[in-house]
Design a protein around this ligand. Sequence first.
Ligand code: HEM
Length: 165
Amino acid sequence: MHHLYLFLVWWHILGVTIWLGANFFLVLVLLPIAKKDTYRDFYPQLFADIVMRLRAVSWFVLSSVVISGVFLMMFRFGKVIVTWDFWRELYGETLFIKLCFVAAVFIGSFLHDFHWGPKAIALLQQNPEDAQTKKMRRISSYIGRIIFLFGLIVVFLAVKFVRGG
Ligand code: HEM
């Protein structure tokens, strides 16, 4: 049983690193290069292909992080639905706040990946210089950054929770 527990922790952390790492790579490496003048003509299609692929990877990885997280709770507490007293204690409170941020990441990602993002991409491919296109790109970009920031907060809360704070 202990090996299964270790495997799940490994899987959970691996998923988190892939999810956050992919976003770091997109923002810090891929997009700055794709935006160079050299690639100007290809940018709308290149961007669309990259983010659609990233969307599929992200949802697979995020889902596996949540599933492994539910099993980790079972290992730690023997059950998933814990009592109200549990959530009021310090450890429970940290985990509860973490799960609220996880929920925000999911809702934000859903809207970003399936509503604002695709809308911005469609506009970018039809009319790159239009004001509406720029607005949708700005909204998608801000929502993406907020989700990313929330992801970093979730990691901090997870570290705090595991170390008893
Ligand atoms: C975006 C989603 C999530 C992220 C980024 C995340 C991140 C992390 C990280 C980095 C750790 C390891 C902390 C450490 O060892 O120092 C961890 C552990 C843990 N996570 Fe998550 N997590 C997420 C979702 C969830 C969910 C949805 C649950 C529960 C339903 C969950 C439950 C747990 C538990 C119980 C541990 C402790 C494992 C142990 O050491 O026994 N996580 N999480």
